[in-house]
Ligand binder design. Structure first.
Ligand code: FES
Length: 429
């Protein structure tokens, strides 16, 4: 794997810019070279542009995420969509009734929380920034699929999947014109309740807005050709971003205490009914944690905890908040919290971890949280590398996505997976 080549070989490859030089982005980033310089090293000498015959672009790059209300007034709609989603919070046949009831009850409290973090979630700002920056670099390192056009599709907040899909059509994709789009999940670890739910929603709007496309002379139906980046839990750039953020935070502790700080990785929890259905998320989150600890050479002890449980049913534990309380009660007051399953700040970091878990611990000076990935240039390069590798591969989705959970009974899962796995392989692959 290119990421493991000795640095000297990487430099030699970079001196002769070819397609094979592209995977250097991360090896060199890990070697602490400035990311901008890396991008230049990785740019082919004679870039092909959209006007050259070789370009297969434009390519729509669509970031999928749950989203969050950008203003306090959007909280009610956000919660009602969230609790109506049986892929995320399975409430059975009473989903519609219970979902409305729970969201209405929770809205005033959650509005206060969003007001306390500045009046809205920054997830839209960060998602649009990350996608735009990634596309700019992709235009340089992947001229054959340029131009890359950034889109964001949220599951529960604006811009919703429907809005994004209508924008794609208005921008000239589909509608008999074909074109390529990549659905790029911003949940690095796959869960049927997060990425799976977003893909089910994307498939639903694809069927509604393009389902009746007719055959064209070239044999295609003129609809958008989709491929999916469905998981990237141990990508070296993702691991490097987490690890370097942890190192920065550890450096804030006095040297004599630093090695005894306990690292508490925190991921959004799942209802046990989802876990027991056979969801891949717990294993993939654990894979990220282990990869980060390997990169840190196991410098500190660590645990993986789970946060944000709601409702009376059992959720995967241990809970982050009680883990912090219990470690403090045992005398372990130096703790670093690491949000490991989201790619930007959101209510669960800015409110739940910062204002509840840390502030209420009574030890805000020794219990700290690492930065979220947000606009970190190492992370932007990671996104570029994940996307470039996918674009080069010609695959429609990972083989793992084709396997349903052993306990899955959802026709929506079946149809959506069948659709994405069945999208035609791209020309030239
Ligand atoms: Fe996992 Fe349907 S719930 S594949």
């Amino acid at each position: 794997m290119a990421f493991r080549l000795p640095t000297s070989q990487l430099y030699r490859a970079a001196a002769t810019p070819t397609a094979s030089a592209r995977p250097l982005l991360f090896s060199l980033a890990s070697s602490r070279h400035p990311p901008r310089q890396l991008r230049l090293l990785a740019t082919p000498a004679h870039p092909v542009t959209q006007n050259n015959a070789g370009s297969k672009g434009p390519t729509a790059m669509v970031f999928l995420n749950m989203g969050g209300p950008s203003t306090v007034d959007e909280v009610g709609d956000f919660l009602s969509r969230l609790f109506a989603d049986g892929d995320l919070i399975p409430l059975g046949r009473l989903q519609n009734y219970l979902g409305v009831f729970i969201s209405a009850r929770r809205t005033p409290k959650i509005k206060e929380q969003y007001a306390a973090i500045g009046g809205g979630s920054p997830i839209r700002k960060w998602s649009e920034y990350q996608c735009t920056e990634m596309c700019k670099i992709l235009d340089k390192v992947s001229p054959e699929t340029a131009p890359h056009k950034p889109y964001v599709a949220f599951r529960y907040a604006n811009p919703l999947t429907e809005e994004m899909y209508r924008k794609l059509l208005a921008d000239g994709f589909g509608n008999g014109k074909g074109g390529r789009a990549v659905a790029f999940t911003q949940y690095p670890q796959y869960s049927c309740s997060t990425t799976g739910s977003s893909l089910n929603e994307l498939w639903k709007w694809r069927q509604r807005l393009e389902g009746k496309a007719g055959p064209l002379e070239d044999g295609s139906d003129g609809s958008i050709r989709w491929s999916v980046i469905d998981r990237w839990p141990v990508h070296p750039g993702l691991v490097e971003t987490f690890a370097s953020n942890i190192e920065k935070k550890l450096a804030e502790y006095p040297e004599e205490r630093r090695k005894d700080v306990v690292l508490l990785f925190s991921a959004h929890s799942l209802p046990m009914s989802v876990v027991n259905r056979g969801d891949t998320y717990p294993a993939e989150v654990a894979a990220t944690v282990y990869a980060v600890m390997q990169r840190l050479k196991f410098s500190n002890t660590y645990r993986l905890c789970w946060q944000s449980q709601v409702g009376p049913q059992p959720w995967l534990g241990p809970q982050t908040s009680t883990s912090v309380e219990e470690y403090i009660a045992k005398g372990q007051k130096d703790l670093v919290l690491i949000p490991i399953a989201f790619t930007s700040d959101h209510i669960e970091t800015l409110y739940e971890l910062d204002k509840e878990v840390i502030s209420e611990s009574g030890h805000a000076d020794t219990v700290k949280r690492v930065e979220s990935l947000n606009g970190n240039p190492i992370f932007i390069d990671a996104l570029v590398d994940v996307a470039k590798t996918h674009l080069d591969s010609g695959i429609t989705c990972s083989s793992q996505m084709g396997l349903r959970c052993p306990g899955c009974k959802s026709d929506r899962c079946l149809e959506s997976k069948r659709f994405f796995a069945g999208q035609q392989t791209l020309p030239g692959h």
